[in-house]
Design a protein around this ligand. Sequence first.
Ligand code: SAH
Ligand code: SF4
Ligand code: F3S
Length: 435
Amino acid sequence: MTAPKKLFIKTYGCQMNVYDSERMAEALGGKGYVETKTADDADMILLNTCHIREKAAEKVYSELGRLKPLKDLKPDLKIGVAGCVAQAEGAEIMRRQPAVDLVVGPQSYHRLPAMEERLRQGQTALDTDFPEEDKFEHLQSRPKAKRAPAAFLTVQEGCDKFCAFCVVPYTRGAEVSRPAMRILQEARDLVERGVREVTLLGQNVNAYHGHDGGLAGLIRALAKVDGLERIRYTTSHPNDMDDDLIAAHGDVPELMPYLHLPVQSGSDRILKRMNRSHTAESYLRLLERIRAARPDIILSGDFIVGFPEETDADFEATMDLVREVKYGYAYSFKYSARPGTPAAERALVDPKVADDRLQQLQALISSHQYEIQRSMVGRDVSVLVERAGRQSGQMLGKSEYLHSVHIEDCTAGIGDIVNVRIVEAKTNSLTARQQ
Ligand code: SAH
Ligand code: SF4
Ligand code: F3S
């Protein structure tokens, strides 16, 4: 028998890429590859890339530049680029960095084994199609090895929303939902392997339509899977939060009280220019309904500052919205012009002004985040134990609200769900004692 080849995958970008990297490793597992944790001893290096902001894409080229000397030392080393930069740039990647052997877009991962054959024959391989066939149907089924108690599960891909700033509809294609039966089967397999919590993934996960009753229907079906204790989903669009999904937050105990619902801006003028097709007011009313269904829900969001033509007044509207919502978490980004998107043609806000706004917004968000963490002190939460901490007796996990919790003197093991009392709030985590 030949020794297994070693595969090193480096993942950038969103959770969908994390999930895809697992599936790519499994697909190449069928070709005799096992994963390794460093690039140095790898026979194949795959960069699973993100194109969302300019910096993210540039990082890929600098990383490829760093990898080139490794290939000079070891000519048999294969270097591949997957993910959204692969989709957006295609053959240009090989032109810019000739050390690259393989470029594969997100919809073609099931073709990786065949592409690897080409590499064995000393050829290069490029595939950035949006194939007719469903890649999930053709991907290697997931192996049975034990795994961590929290897992991602992609249920929907692509986006039809075309926000004026965003590359995702171009890199991931149109919205496609996986059939519910397949997802339920994958969830059962994950549970057999030790998983207690799944986060359902999609670029627009609440536009899922592979089950009667959409995402809410799927969540209700998953809640019945024995041994699956916790369900989350991300990322959602405000326009796809239907009544039943809101109701599910109140009546499905397995659905965790945490929701990431990006709004991007608090100014209606900017929202319109962004092609978001909702207003700040409609978003706030929506949150009211979600909070009525699940009063303790923790909300999270995404914001872009310095979108073309954003004035001080527009930015103040965003600050006002954040003050009104008080997010438990929120992610804010400086606008980055992406080639091929409608907004890329428009005049930029002065970068210094945009930097200043970003700092103000992040300071406000952090103050709320910390305030909410402090308000958890003295409260009882349930924690899914995910790993051992650095100090003896300490275990780490996530509360139902997605807070990172350190449990002191913990008697529970990995995969247990324990009730604990929060005793201290630190900047990025909470400390708790078992009840
Ligand atoms: N599908 C998700 C996530 C898209 S990407 C959604 O609709 O919310 C994640 C976040 O990156 C976005 O929510 C947005 O805040 C940010 N983003 C996307 N394009 C960007 C750009 N051109 N410049 C800066 N931030 C951007
Ligand atoms: Fe991008 Fe908008 Fe689609 Fe989200 S909804 S992926 S921000 S186009
Ligand atoms: Fe990035 Fe693609 Fe995800 S652009 S954020 S990796 S969908």
